[in-house]
Design a protein around this ligand. Structure first.
Ligand SMILES: [Zn+2]
Length: 330
């Protein structure tokens, strides 16, 4: 039988987490991974409407949620049963082999390799700095096409990764996929057709500030940081308990439509920003998409096993669809 977390145990957990937190200078909140049990999909709706980080789950049975202390209390207040899978996920990650982003691209490594590919294949790849995030890190992109220096008016497809800092795999997928297409241009018919007939833009890291904060040793490894590094309260320093905007909640279309899945509160991990399109990172992406009249935009994340469809502001159409469901395998 599953061991469920009683309210008393949870209070003890909160107390232990709170005392550990007091030792951290920058007051970054600690997060736990919890398994929350539901009786049906309808039973889960109040939980879903809390706007929590739901990582995975099985509809009508349970959800795995990355929850900060106050959110665990919110879940318990709604009467759900839960158990803690990982009490302190940051600490868990720090103790795990392969600290930080070893094996993944750090910002500087990504920059070097993106420039190198453009240098190696100058006829079909060009490297572009499209503008800077709050902390002056560049939003870098490849343009990939035959006759890459010319404007041929071909249909534009835009691949973007890493809206969310703590999703490093979302940098790697567009980077390696399109690098492979370039490297096989001369030998693979499909790669040649793609490059000859399309204008492809690839931005593997839309959120360099957040990615650096999340993955670099001097900030502690893998802080589970999601947002960018906007100074929300204009204090002149970065305070993770209050700063940052969720870039994927900042786009102008239907911005602030409701508070399900995006938050008006600065400290929340899904804070949508002070106004629609307020962030330099989202402005750079919107400008590119508009200027190029992009035909398709594919945004990579590594959060859960979902394909999310437009239009995201309508709940029924944006409900996460599990890959297994789409593939008919469960
Ligand atoms: Zn994401």
């Amino acid at each position: 039988m599953r061991r469920l977390l009683s309210p008393i145990l949870c209070v003890l957990l909160l107390a232990s987490v709170a005392s550990a937190w007091a030792k951290v200078d920058d007051s970054a909140p600690e997060a736990s991974l919890v398994e929350v049990y539901v009786k049906s999909y309808e039973d889960a709706l109040p939980l879903i409407h809390l706007g929590l980080d739901i990582c995975s789950g099985k509809a009508g049975e349970y959800y795995h949620i990355l929850a900060f202390n106050h959110q665990i209390q919110q879940i318990l207040d709604l009467g759900y049963e839960m158990r803690v899978l990982i009490e302190d996920v940051s600490q868990y990650n720090a103790l795990t082999e392969g600290k930080g982003y070893q094996g993944y691209h750090y910002y500087d490594e990504l920059r070097t390799e993106m420039q190198q590919l453009a240098s190696d294949y100058p006829d079909i790849v060009s490297f572009h700095d499209l503008g800077t995030a709050w902390q002056d890190h560049q939003l870098m992109a490849w343009k990939i096409s035959d006759k890459v220096t010319e404007e041929e008016g071909e249909p534009v497809i835009f691949f973007v990764g890493c809206h969310h800092a703590r999703e490093p795999m979302s940098v790697e997928v567009p980077f390696y996929c399109l690098k492979w297409v370039v490297e096989n241009y001369g030998t693979d018919r499909v790669c040649a057709e793609i490059i000859d007939n399309l204008e492809i833009w690839v931005m593997p890291m839309e959120n360099p500030d957040g990615h650096i904060y999340d993955g670099y040793a001097q900030y502690g490894y893998q802080r589970l940081w999601r947002k960018n590094c906007r100074d929300n309260n204009d204090s002149g320093s970065f305070e993770p308990s209050i700063d940052g905007v969720d870039l994927n909640r900042n786009y102008t279309y239907m911005w602030g439509y409701d508070d399900y899945g995006s938050s008006p509160y600065m400290g929340d991990s899904t804070y949508r920003g002070p106004w629609a399109g307020s962030e330099p990172e989202t402005q750079i992406v919107m400008n590119l998409v508009e200027e190029k009249d992009a035909y398709i935009v594919i945004s990579y994340h590594s959060y859960g096993e979902y394909i999310l469809m437009p239009w995201g502001y309508i709940y029924d159409l944006s409900r996460p669809t599990s890959l297994r469901t789409l593939l008919g395998t469960g």
